[in-house]
Design a protein around this ligand. Structure first.
Ligand code: SF4
Length: 241
């Protein structure tokens, strides 16, 4: 049989797996949708969770760019990828009250400890996802957050009616259960500096402070009294000011 060589490149993936390529963490959405269609819900959950420690949260509030490029949409309407994610996370994710001890039993033996320390500044989605992945790779991880609560914009930007605080707490607890150290109420530049972290023996530092910035409308009167911008408003509400 004649051998053929196939080159897989980004353009090919975009054309053939548009949902996966549109997803910021490249979730194999087509695969978990297919598994759900076969009634293999637990496997579907594992596929959805594999690249994403916040799968349960994404099942509720992701903007679902995967659905925007779903090829089914060319026929009638896109597959409800995000709703299907929520369907499996409600059965097998942190909100299903899966015992965190069980999660540790599954994940911890896979961790091969490394004698390397990483500091992550910011306990938002980027910082905590990084902490999750590095902990699974065996690094000793400390996450340092300036606010008194972890979660970043999940906790301080998204209103509670859209994202229950208990779900955020459970997702973060699952990450911390991997041995991640979390320090709250410590701000870079106020309570410590990068050189302090280097002196404390950290081998790497990941800056994940986020961008708590508004898009400001370029219209007359935008600076007038009584005009609030959305991010400041949400931060004030969620921090209880
Ligand atoms: S809903 Fe969001 S996280 Fe889930 S596959 Fe789509 S883009 Fe990725």
């Amino acid at each position: 049989m004649e051998e053929t060589t196939k080159y897989v490149n980004v353009e090919w993936l975009r054309e053939n797996f548009p949902c996966m390529m549109a997803c910021p963490v490249h979730t194999e959405a087509g695969r978990y949708v297919h598994l759900i269609a076969q009634g293999r819900y637990a496997e579907a959950y594992r596929v959805a969770r594999a690249p994403n420690p916040f799968a349960s949260i994404c099942g509720r509030i992701c903007a679902a760019p995967c659905e925007g490029v779903c090829r089914r949409g060319k026929l009638d309407q896109p597959i409800a990828i995000r709703a299907l994610k929520r369907f499996v996370t409600e059965r097998f994710g942190v909100e299903s009250m899966i015992d965190v001890i069980k999660l540790q039993e599954v994940l911890r033996p896979r961790i091969k400890p490394k004698n390397k320390k990483v500091a992550i500044i910011g306990a938002g989605p980027a910082g905590l996802s990084c902490a999750h992945d590095l902990a699974l790779m065996g690094y000793q991880v400390s996450v340092i957050e300036k606010h008194k609560v972890p979660g970043g914009m999940l906790r301080l930007g998204v209103p509670e009616y859209r994202l229950p605080r208990e779900l955020i707490r459970l997702e973060i607890n699952a990450i911390l259960s991997l041995g991640v150290n979390l320090q709250l109420g410590k701000a870079l530049g106020r309570d410590f500096y990068l050189k302090d972290l280097r002196n404390a023996g950290y081998d790497a530092i990941f800056l994940a402070m986020g961008a708590h910035k508004n898009r400001v409308l370029n219209i007359e009167g935008i600076q007038a009294d009584g005009i609030l911008n959305a991010i400041d408003y949400l931060l004030n509400v969620n921090l209880g000011y």
